[in-house]
Design a protein around this ligand. Sequence first.
Ligand code: SF4
Ligand code: SF4
Length: 240
Amino acid sequence: MGYFGKVLSGFGSLLTGMRITFSQFAKTFFGRKNVTLQYPKEQPKLAPAFRSAIKLIRFEETGTHDCVACKACERICPSYCIKLSGGKVEGIKKKRVAEFEMDFSLCSLCGLCIDACPTDTLEYSKVYEEAGYNRDWRVDLVAEFREYEAEFVEKQRVIEEKAATAKKAKAEAAKKAKEAKKAKEAEKAKEAEAEAADTAEKPDTAEKPPALEAKPAKADAPAKAEVPTAEVPTAEAPKS
Ligand code: SF4
Ligand code: SF4
């Protein structure tokens, strides 16, 4: 493209930009559509795919998170920004996290921790006002859940007790069904044995079919009649 061609192309590009700017200005000016908002009085409407700092999900059924301190997220994190501790809690079988420290200054929001979590208790938050004045951006993710922990443990204890009772009842029912099946099979085997013994004791009264008479041996074929050999008289020679 020559010099004048480049100038014309740049001018065309400028006009395109100006057209978009003026069209948006006109929309805003005549009140049809606002492209800006009065932040912070107005908050933006975030897109469904918007992703921000990782957080623990609060489940409605339990009122808290479901982190079982398995450390899968800590192991998989490529930026080494998760440090957590936890373990068994008295009264329940389920393990619980005690501390969950996230260093957001290292997090790249790659989402590997979300994918690795076996209880699906991690997700991206929609927080967008996280500006700060220093680089130390560590957050204990379980801090906001601590006050619910005692309540959760009590609820979980009841759930586990119910599950254990149901499991026991199921096992007993299965055992009973197995025993009943075994008894039925033994009874059947006994009946079959008795029937076999009855059949063996009964005399053999059934009339036997008459034995097939032996076919008479084939009469010797009559000897071939001897063909009499007629004596041929020998003509005596005339005496001379
Ligand atoms: S999003 Fe990625 S970098 Fe951030 S904590 Fe999870 S695994 Fe680590
Ligand atoms: S992977 Fe999930 S359950 Fe396991 S420690 Fe991390 S957040 Fe907790």
